[in-house]
Design a protein around this ligand. Structure first.
Ligand code: IFM
Length: 436
């Protein structure tokens, strides 16, 4: 085992999201989401995979919570499927959908596992998309109503509620690159979507606080430091530009009530007078998802990232030092609330052999990132918890079931769950932390 030691009360968990694991997309009154719609269009996902069944967690949540308990997890981060609880994204609520999350939360609590809820992990009700989706300002208001309802329903029992997961992905991958739902390729729309996501976050926090929600309230951002490929002026400027677009575009409005100036960026959202005040609501916590760094090269062809510590099955460079670099930079530049690492993990081409999965590279990945995290904490960053992504192998969006991130292997034909070597390693690590 390891000599790593984290502050008392540090929380150890794992994360998932609704569309990636639940399945049961047409059951008990759930409405369609943009991911149902998108993944059913030809050519959008790996081998046409959809989340129709996924890990069938909707029916198997009890055994999944038992698995978490067996691994000694102290917290579980999951998301609520908006169209499961409000099929059209406005108007009527679906009691059967709400009751599912009641049952999940109660089972977690019965096992001593703290529920950390995310309200939006990319599955917008399709009915709202048909009215324009996130490019329309009114969607932010609809989201605030949904947040308030979920806050009242779950907020007295869950530890934390995050509004959004990774708004950059919704805005850029969904509306500029087009590889995520709703599949748009419109950079001006993307910048407006990013604005409305942050606005909806602020409105949601206001609404939940006004109705007395007791859970900690925050947001989850995906972030990476940016390294210039060379010492040249052009690469250094490019690294700053990419970092501003990826990290500061979301952090500055939340903490400094403004957007950063980015060299050469002509696109700007329409911003109403009071928007920055709304977006910059005090945060009880900030969730950060960290996987890799940005490698900035202006050469043609670009200088490739060195990948000295290898890459994951997503092709992402393994660069644990980036977690220390990122957190210490954020700590120096913003007045951060308590931070949680709400996602960190690796895809690996795991194989089940004789009932076991030997995923030593994943163990090495987590260990190295925990060392990097410990260094950031030593440097003064107030980090309160770590969630491995993901508890289960699951539906990796446009990569379908082709990429496995889980601590627990899922056989998608039989739905049998098999903890991998990394799950046992993580279990023993958590137990060792309880003793320190
Ligand atoms: O699977 C995703 C998750 O939904 C959001 N963060 C990154 C993960 C790995 O790509």
């Amino acid at each position: 085992m390891t000599s790593l030691s984290f502050p008392p009360g540090f929380v150890w968990g794992a994360a998932t999201s609704a569309y990636q694991i639940e399945g049961a997309v047409r059951e008990d009154g759930r409405g369609p989401s943009i991911w149902d719609h998108f993944s059913h269009q030809a050519g959008t996902t790996f081998q046409g995979h959809t989340g129709d069944v996924a890990c069938d967690h909707y029916h198997r949540y009890e055994i999944d919570v038992d698995l978490m308990a067996a691994l000694g997890l102290q917290a579980y981060r999951f998301s609520v499927s908006w169209p499961r609880v409000q099929p059209l994204g406005q108007g009527a609520w679906n009691e059967k959908g709400l009751a599912f999350y009641d049952r999940l939360v109660d089972r977690l609590l019965a096992k001593g596992i703290a529920p950390h809820v995310t309200l939006y992990h990319w599955d917008l009700p399709q009915a709202l998309q048909e009215r324009g989706g996130w490019v329309v300002r009114d969607t932010a208001q609809r989201f605030a109503e949904y947040a308030e309802r979920m806050g009242r329903r779950l907020g007295d029992r869950v530890a934390a509620i995050a509004t959004h997961n990774e708004p950059w992905c919704t805005a850029i991958l969904g509306h500029e690159v087009g590889k995520f739902a709703p599949g748009w390729r419109d950079p001006q729309a993307a910048v407006q979507v990013a604005h409305h996501l942050l606005l909806s976050h602020g409105l949601a926090l206001q609404a939940m606080r006004a109705s007395g929600v007791r859970a900690s309230l925050g947001i989850v951002l995906n972030q990476s430091p940016a390294t210039p490929a060379t010492d040249g002026q052009a690469d250094r400027a490019e690294a700053q530009r990419q970092f501003a677009a990826f990290v500061r575009w979301y952090m500055d409005p939340l903490f400094l009530k403004r957007y950063p100036t980015i060299d050469g960026r002509a696109l700007h959202p329409v911003v109403d007078e009071n928007d920055f005040e709304i977006m910059a609501q005090p945060l009880d916590f900030l969730g950060i998802n960290y996987y890799t760094r940005i490698w900035a090269s202006t050469a043609q062809p670009p200088v490739p990232a060195p990948k000295r510590q290898g890459e994951t099955d997503m092709g992402w460079e393994i660069y644990p030092e980036g977690l220390t670099e990122l957190l210490t930079w954020l700590h120096r530049n913003y007045r951060l609330p308590p931070v949680y690492i709400t996602e960190n993990g690796m895809a690996h081409p795991d194989r089940l052999v004789d009932g076991a999965v030997a995923d030593q590279p994943r163990i090495d990945y987590v260990h190295a990132h925990l060392q990097a995290l410990a260094r950031a904490i030593e440097a003064g960053v107030d980090v309160r918890g770590y969630f491995y992504w993901s508890l289960l192998d699951n539906y990796e969006w446009d990569s379908g079931y082709g990429k496995r991130f889980g601590l627990v292997h899922v056989d998608y034909d039989t739905q049998v769950r098999t903890p991998k070597a990394s799950a046992y390693w993580y279990r023993d690590f958590i137990a060792s932390q309880r003793r320190t």
